[in-house]
Design a protein around this ligand. Structure first.
Ligand code: ZN
Length: 351
């Protein structure tokens, strides 16, 4: 295998996902000669990309070599191998994301949900949503209207919409509880995740900027978590995200999509995050354009509402545990996050 030449030192890519799981960050190898604990620089840019390298074809067959280890040089000059753990991806796992935000006690609280699953559970969720919409609005093709929680729970906006106004105050609650049930009944087979990113609001003119940073940080943390966990199980993560707001508000994702193909592969950090694979950039689509995006909208909204109300000592519109188990994450500091798998968002995750 050709040894990779070292190029100019460069800072870690700001647009790429910088979140490495603790499992990676806590991994060191010992030098057999002097006993030093070694770890490579994850965000140094290399001359050649990581990932499979094509070898000379043998008997007309294309051959690839996958780099299994990375060679570190200890301060005592001993060469030490650092394992890379590459995996071959076999099946896709789909993730659908949407957000909800709140202002609370001087904080901006970003709530982002990813509904995830392999093709079977995703298809089941789509069928269930379609059947549920048909149950409440039987005479209209369920694929022609979208669930948008914000407009459906507001009495004022509900009456302005030809479909939504057919729900009553009571039936709208039942409808969303049934949406939650679609998720909870298969929580053992899905990859549902949610992240909370609270940030101090700051001065008025800085708020827009702070919110943008918080959203970008939350996305990176969540997507990194998915990429690491999915590729570890030989699954290929594919992201479809709601671009309800102008796509221009997601510049980090646009630049990430560029970097994923053009730069990330030059970093050991991304090689470890993706278990040696190239991951497709997230696709940004119209709100509610997939039934699982509608479910993401439902969860993100009620999670934000539940945190908002709980924080004030009130009852939320729906108890969060009705959605079943999720992997709940929170940004701990600049580039680390905590997570908890359960039916409730831990109380210390929000103000
Ligand atoms: Zn040494």
């Amino acid at each position: 295998m050709p040894k990779k030449k070292q190029k100019k030192q460069k800072n870690r890519p700001q647009s790429g996902p910088p979140f490495l799981p603790d499992e990676v960050l806590s991994k060191f190898v010992d030098c057999p000669k002097c006993g030093a604990s070694l770890q490579p620089d994850f965000w140094r840019e290399f001359d050649e990309p990581f990932g499979p390298i094509e070898l000379k074809p043998r008997d007309g067959q294309r051959m690839f070599a996958v780099q299994q280890t990375f060679t570190l040089t200890c301060q005592c000059e001993t060469k030490v191998e650092y394992p890379l753990d590459p995996r071959t991806l076999e099946h896709p796992v789909y993730f659908f994301g949407d957000e909800a935000d709140r202002h609370l006690k001087g904080y901006y609280l970003h709530s982002y949900t990813l509904i995830g699953g392999t093709s079977g559970p995703v298809q089941d969720m789509c069928d269930d949503i379609e059947a549920l919409k048909r149950k409440y609005i039987p005479d209209i093709d369920p694929r022609t209207w979208r669930i948008h929680v914000k407009d459906m729970v507001s009495g004022k906006r509900r009456v302005q919409n030809a479909i939504y106004k057919r729900f009553s105050r009571e039936s709208i609650v039942e409808f969303f509880e049934e949406c939650a049930h679609i998720l909870s009944q298969r929580d053992k087979y899905t990859w549902n995740m949610h992240i909370t990113a609270p940030a101090k609001e700051g001065a008025k003119k800085e708020r827009g900027k702070i919110e943008k940073v918080v959203r970008a940080t939350a996305h990176k943390a969540l997507l990194s978590q998915c990429i690491y966990q999915a590729t570890k199980q030989s699954l290929n993560p594919q992201f479809t995200l709601d671009a309800g707001k102008d796509i221009k508000t997601f510049p980090h994702i646009e630049s990430w999509s560029f970097d994923t193909h053009n730069e990330s592969q030059f970093y050991l950090g991304f090689e470890l995050l993706s278990h040696g694979n190239s991951i497709a950039a997230p696709e940004l689509v119209k709100p509610g354009s997939h039934p699982c995006l509608e479910l993401a909208d439902v969860h993100a909204f009620f999670a934000a509402n539940w945190m908002f109300k709980t924080s004030k000592g009130e009852r939320g519109l729906m108890d969060i545990n009705k959605f079943g188990e999720f992997k709940y994450l929170m940004i701990r500091d600049g580039n680390r996050c905590d997570y908890h798998r359960g039916t409730e968002i831990p109380r210390h995750y929000f103000p």
